[in-house]
Write a protein that binds this ligand. Structure first.
Ligand code: HEM
Length: 484
């Protein structure tokens, strides 16, 4: 007899717009922190408050952690690759296998890779920017940094030395995945009948699935052949999967899509945060100055920051958290799905309802984040927890932010992403004054990507800060030539 959470009177509406988060934000103001909205045949339950997120996604996680059929989950990823799996034994197994490569212990084993890629990234900004003489668009370089990290972890090679790996880079950089996988942008997700009518998005999704399988199938076959021939294959996710495929009962599609999950899930997200950082920081010279004072004081100018410095650079950590709050790559993270009917504080959440964590509203809550539209890293000073630890706090209002999602499906790549972001942000700020090009003003209001958002292309100047920068960067060489 309980009713659904409140929502717009007009049901079956379809607010597909470029910025669906703004519609959810308006609805949250109007209908409260837990509201419902029908879109086509799907019922969405939208969560805009930390305690409700904790109650539903964590405490009731046993029945609120599945993924519903959609263009992303069903057509592109065939309910695999961790992110699209239903909440079942396959998901448990795949998440456990993924964690072998993503746990803190695993990160220690490839810390040198992350360190090296961060050096190459900074060097590329320096070289392409002609030592600060010209402004450049850093976005592709940020993507390549995140891509090489993920590629090394998943297939054991850092860069495109052969056409096969070049195809994986093209796939990871292609925005088609991000355009087709937004939670509120595909009509077929709301009216499944549309699949059977001429539909360009459905065809694009099928083509994308075929492309992913073809590319990662080739990667799989090549690594398997090397293992079968007794050739050395570096320790990596795909090797682990191949070696354990019989015991773990993994089929070919499982392995391909697990390998793809790393480069598809861990590239646009991490590089997206870097893209927003590099677009924001030239507009906030006072933040840049404060970070550089901290770097000069703690690290000095004779060497650049390393992973061991992370705990001693609270302002850098605060900048990372503030970028993730103000420009979370996913305003609408991958929705969860209820597998049973549930009663919550007298409201009815039916089986198959889709649960959305309304990150935009949560990140702009005036009480939690005073003056929420302002970029102000100071608000995180005194918060010394990693985002991974912060997500485990008993008090959900004390959590830093919600950019990594919540509950049992929370991002398993948090720790590696945080390490990547620390190395990138701290080394860029140690090396350069990042300046706006007066001829090309930066516009933060517009972005692309219906799932992970990145700013529209922009250019900045990377002006070396001191003589040691030239010396350090002159010593960095790429060991394997990458693609541009
Ligand atoms: C700053 C960078 C990143 C952000 C902001 C981010 C954010 C997210 C979010 C919001 C989710 C959905 C959580 C939910 O369903 O509640 C997610 C899931 C996921 N992320 Fe990340 N992510 C980042 C980096 C990474 C990296 C580096 C990897 C490495 C492989 C990764 C792998 C995954 C996977 C596999 C899932 C699916 C988890 C599941 O469904 O069980 N992410 N991420």
């Amino acid at each position: 007899g309980n009713s659904l959470p409140p929502g717009p009177l007009l049901r079956h509406i379809l607010p597909i717009t470029h910025k669906p988060e703004l519609i959810l934000h308006d609805y949250a103001k109007k209908y409260g922190p837990l509201f419902s909205v029908w879109m086509g045949q799907k019922l969405f339950i939208v969560i805009s408050e930390p305690q409700i997120a904790r109650d539903l996604l964590t405490n009731a996680g046993a029945i609120m952690s599945s993924r519903s059929p959609s263009l992303k989950n069903t057509t592109i990823l065939h309910h695999r690759g961790i992110t699209a799996s239903k909440y079942d034994d396959r998901w448990r197994l795949h998440r456990r296998l993924g964690n072998y490569s993503l746990s803190i212990k695993a990160i220690d084993s490839y810390a040198h890779v992350l360190d090296y890629e961060a050096s190459v990234f900074v060097h590329t900004l320096y070289a392409e920017g002609n030592k600060g003489a010209v402004s450049i668009n850093p976005m592709r370089h940020a993507g390549r940094f995140a891509f090489n990290n993920m590629l090394t972890i998943s297939v054991g090679t850092r860069s495109a030395t052969d056409p096969m790996l070049e195809r994986t880079l093209d796939l990871a950089m292609d925005s088609e995945f991000m355009e087709l996988t937004g939670a509120l942008c595909n009509e077929t997700d709301f009216w499944p009948i549309l699949e059977y009518l001429p539909n360009s998005k459905y065809k694009r999704a099928q083509a994308l699935h075929n492309k992913i399988i073809s590319i990662y199938g080739d990667v799989y076959n090549s690594i398997k052949t090397k293992i079968d021939n007794g050739e050395g294959v570096p320790d990596c996710l795909v090797r682990t999967l191949i070696e354990s495929s019989e015991i773990e009962k993994l089929d070919w599609l499982d392995t391909c899509l697990l390998a793809a999950a790393f480069t598809m899930g861990g590239v646009h997200s991490t590089s997206g945060v870097i893209d927003w950082f590099l677009a924001l920081i030239p507009l906030h010279p006072e933040v840049q100055r404060k970070a550089q004072e901290e770097l000069d004081r703690v690290v000095g100018r004779e060497r650049w920051p390393n992973a061991v410095d992370e705990n001693n650079l609270p302002y850098i950590r605060a900048i990372i958290k503030e970028v993730e709050r103000l420009h979370a790559p996913f305003w609408i993270p991958a929705p969860h799905c209820a597998t049973e009917d549930y009663d919550y504080n007298g409201m009815f959440i039916p089986k198959d309802a889709v649960l959305i964590l309304n990150c935009y509203t949560m990140h702009h809550n005036e009480e939690r984040y005073p003056d929420p539209y302002t970029f102000n890293p100071d608000r995180f000073l005194g918060d010394n927890l990693t985002s991974e630890d912060s997500a485990k706090l008993l008090d959900p209002y004390a959590r830093d932010h919600w950019a990594f999602g919540a509950g049992r499906r929370i991002c398993p790549g948090m720790a590696v992403a945080e390490r990547e972001l620390f190395l990138a942000f701290s080394r860029i700020l140690w090396s350069f004054n990042v300046l706006e090009d007066p001829k090309e003003p930066i516009d933060l209001g517009r972005y692309r990507g219906k799932a992970a958002r990145t700013p529209l292309g922009y250019k900045v100047i990377f002006e070396p800060r001191h003589e040691k920068v030239h010396q350090m960067l002159a010593e960095i060489q790429e060991t394997v030539v990458g693609v541009s």
